[in-house]
Design a protein around this ligand. Structure first.
Ligand SMILES: Cc1cc2nc3c(=O)[nH]c(=O)nc-3n(C[C@H](O)[C@H](O)[C@H](O)COP(=O)(O)OP(=O)(O)OC[C@H]3O[C@@H](n4cnc5c(N)ncnc54)[C@H](O)[C@@H]3O)c2cc1C
Length: 607
């Protein structure tokens, strides 16, 4: 019975794919149009456009498909026998048939996700509701894995020559050459892209200002464990061992990053900071200055710079009245160390995002008197089950590879709809906690249009807290809550309230976030480059994260950031684009620099 149903679904999908392929090859707009719902979505990850883009509505989809189909030449669209078969599922509140398929293009192999739903007037007329097309590789430049893996001949057959370690040491020293790609930041974003580039044979160096690989996690607060469950958090190529805990502790992850660098043969310079650089358009190379631990500066001339600096670029420090009068210690959350130092003393933590709550809880647990100051309404979500709801897909059974493809297949408008529903569900699940918080005066919110923390993260990188206990301490009044508006000023020994009371403090922690990446770009490469690139992260009026994982208006400048899952998924596409630039198949900018200089706009993708 099940097999019969699966066969029927497979036939329906294969029929759609065949009709789509024919209509596309013939450039037949009316027949293409009839394959899509009027309200439908096509997301392309490089396969047909060399771009990451979402197109809405049948007419626009058909226009854009026709514009790129001749050059991209998609063909051989078919279901993949060893991947998740077509299934009936519910997505964003709608019942749909969901299928993974594969195809070929002129550039290389691709895969995709198709979701079919019946036309309103004819249940037998299955039309595309969403379509994802994604490039998996570039012909002639395949990843060096499996049968294409390195043979090791170069160090195994000459007994007197350099062995593997000698070659690795020499490769990472860059004594007499420049890397093709400089990755700035050795967290999950930097390591994901470096591993992908290595597999494509692109010479890549990662630098990080911390002295030890993994310090970006190691130096965070004592009790930190990851917020997402382990099966969502794998890095590319090397999944975490199956016996690892559901929530990975920070030091365990830090150690894994060290092992990852070693295993994936990533060239990595710790204690090295990018202090600035300029792009030489004539040569198509950057000239960058790196400050090393011993105070010396090393120059490099990579063709590409990938900023993987996370949010840890430049702390945002608010203008708190009277801060200069405060006689105690003032720290930004990025400088906060160990709560033990503050045992038996008093602390004020300003900011109610994840960092503010976590630091407040760390201080409280270390025996400090803590006051948490709220500046703006904040979303609170219990770590379990509420914060895990968006990852239910990863528990449905398909392989990690299939889940990643499915996750990438949701166009922004449907993701918004799903997250609105999940936010409402979490609000019900967390009702007791949220009521308790409101009773002590905590101001709650649920994101723009009720879309919740996922969209807060994707648009502003914060504004929410996954409750691992601090909210309970606030409800129980073990951590005092004060509104920022009630503080008149900081004085030598604490914070003076409008009521006249002074809250004593030895420590003030500013858990007030970080400045946007635009400011880091301006600091590193100058205002002209920052202006040319424009806003980074968030969606603006568009349907894709701005400047993330794609060519930017600045030749040779790329960005990668986000959760472990985002870095795992999109590092692949970023690496393919850099490889294509290196192979001379793609200019390394979205805009022609000469046109930019004249101020003319040129938003057409160069492909
Ligand atoms: C408690 C907690 C739990 C979390 N749980 C999860 C989870 O389960 N899953 C998940 O996906 N995310 C989780 N996150 C969020 C997020 O993934 C991390 O914050 C992550 O560190 C972001 O990785 P990144 O590589 O983009 O940036 P970072 O880890 O911030 O790394 C950037 C690196 O760039 C370096 N750098 C910056 N500027 C320069 C420069 N000029 N020169 C040289 N180096 C530079 C920094 O030293 C830093 O090491 C969690 C965060 C917290 C705080």
């Amino acid at each position: 019975m099940l097999a019969k149903m699966e066969t029927a679904l497979a036939e329906a999908v294969q029929d759609w794919l065949a009709r789509f392929e024919r209509a596309l090859a013939e450039g037949d707009a009316p027949r293409l149009n009839a394959l899509f719902h009027a309200q439908s979505y096509w997301r392309d990850l490089l396969a047909l456009t060399w771009d990451i883009r979402t197109v809405c509505g049948a007419e626009a989809i058909v226009d854009q498909l026709k514009a790129c189909a001749r050059e991209a030449a998609p063909r051989g669209l078919e279901l993949v026998p060893d991947r998740t078969p077509p299934r009936r599922v519910e997505r964003a509140g709608a019942a749909t048939i969901e299928a993974i398929f594969q195809f070929e293009t002129a550039k290389g192999p691709g895969s995709g996700v198709l979701r079919l739903t019946p036309a309103a007037r004819d249940a037998g007329d299955l039309r595309a509701w969403t379509l994802l097309t994604t490039l998996d590789g570039i012909n002639g430049h395949e990843e060096r894995v499996g049968r294409s893996r390195p043979t090791g001949q170069s160090y195994a057959r000459d007994f007197r020559g350099p062995n593997w370690l000698d070659q690795r040491t020499a490769a990472a020293a860059y004594a007499d050459r420049d890397p093709a790609v400089l990755v700035v930041g050795g967290g999950q974003a930097g390591l994901s892209i470096a591993a992908r580039l290595n597999m494509l044979g692109v010479d890549t160096l990662v630098i990080d200002r911390w002295p030890r690989i993994g310090d970006n996690w190691r130096r965070r607060y004592h009790a930190l464990t990851l917020h997402n469950q382990v099966h969502v958090n794998h890095l590319p190529y090397m999944p975490f061992p199956p016996g690892w805990p559901t929530y990975i502790p920070k030091d365990k992850l830090a150690g894994w990053l060290e092992a990852y660098v070693d295993s994936m043969e990533i060239n990595y310079w710790p204690s090295t900071e990018l202090v600035g650089g300029a792009y030489d358009e004539a040569e198509g190379r950057w000239s960058v200055a790196l400050r090393r631990a011993d105070g010396t500066t090393r120059g490099l001339r990579p063709r590409h710079v990938v900023l993987a600096t996370g949010i840890s670029g430049i702390p945002s420090l608010p203008d708190v009245p009277g801060l200069d009068n405060f006689a105690g210690t003032v720290q930004h959350s990025s400088q906060y160390g160990d709560g033990e130092t503050w045992r038996g003393r008093s602390a004020i933590v300003i900011g109610t995002g994840n960092s503010g709550h976590d630091i407040a809880q760390d201080l409280y647990s270390s025996g400090a008197q803590v006051t948490l100051v709220q500046r703006s309404p904040t979303q609170i979500v219990n770590i379990e089950p509420s914060a895990q709801l968006p990852y239910a897909l990863y528990d449905e059974g398909p392989s990690l590879e299939d889940c990643d493809l499915l996750a990438a297949s949701f166009p922004l408008p449907l993701a918004r709809k799903s997250h609105k529903a999940l936010t409402a569900q979490a609000r019900e699940l967390d009702r007791v906690l949220l009521d308790g918080l409101e009773r002590v005066g905590f101001r709650l919110d649920y994101g723009e249009d009720g879309t919740g923390w996922q969209f807060k993260y994707l648009t502003r990188g914060g504004g929410y807290y996954f409750n691992v206990g601090c909210s309970d301490l606030i409800v129980e009044r073990k951590i005092r809550l004060v509104q920022y508006a009630d503080i008149t000023e900081l004085v030598a020994d604490g914070a003076r309230l409008g009521s006249g009371e002074t809250i004593p403090a030895d420590l003030v922690v500013l858990a007030t976030g970080y400045k946007g990446q635009e400011q880091l770009v301006a600091r590193l490469f100058g205002d002209a480059v920052a202006a040319r690139v424009g806003p980074i992260w968030g969606f603006g009026d568009g349907l894709e994260l701005r400047n993330m994982f794609v060519r930017t208006a600045q030749p040779g400048l790329w960005f990668i950031a986000g959760s472990l899952a985002q870095c795992r998924i999109y590092s692949k596409h970023l690496a393919l684009q850099i490889k294509a630039c290196e192979a001379g198949m793609l200019p390394s900018t979205r805009h022609h620099p000469a046109r930019d200089r004249t101020g003319a706009s040129g938003s057409a993708p160069s492909h």
